[in-house]
Design a protein. Structure first.
Length: 124
């Protein structure tokens, strides 16, 4: 039977070098051994992304609700927040417990793509 073995989100960015630096230096991604003109292929843990340079595209920051890019389910949401904030991540909200049973924080990319990170709140 055919099956999906992995996935990769694709994002348009205005400045590929700057965006790649943000993902690697700030968000902790590594570059994949794939080389294609105008693209960066990046991975952190089980999450993969392709950044494609599109200098004339409407920036994600101008898309309103459509700039919401991804929700990362994580283990150690507070530790991840501290790690990314210490590296200069563009944090939009600090970790807080939500009524839907998750502890979440938000960040964004230089192009304005929004990311929410969350972890299931364990019974205390």
């Amino acid at each position: 039977m055919a099956r999906i073995v992995n996935s990769r989100c694709v994002l348009a960015v205005h400045d590929l070098k700057a965006s790649t630096r943000y993902y690697t230096d700030v968000l902790g991604f590594s570059r994949d051994p794939i080389d294609a003109e105008g693209w960066s292929f990046l991975t952190r843990d089980s999450f993969r992304v392709m950044l494609g340079e599109c200098p004339d595209a409407k920036p994600a920051s101008a898309l309103g609700d459509h700039s919401y890019f991804v929700y990362w389910n994580v283990d150690g949401v507070d530790q991840l927040y501290r790690e990314l904030a210490a590296r200069g991540a563009l944090v939009t909200s600090e970790p807080s417990d939500k009524p839907w049973g998750l502890r979440e924080f938000g960040l964004r990319t230089p192009d304005g793509h929004r990311i929410t990170c969350g972890e299931l709140i364990q019974e205390r």
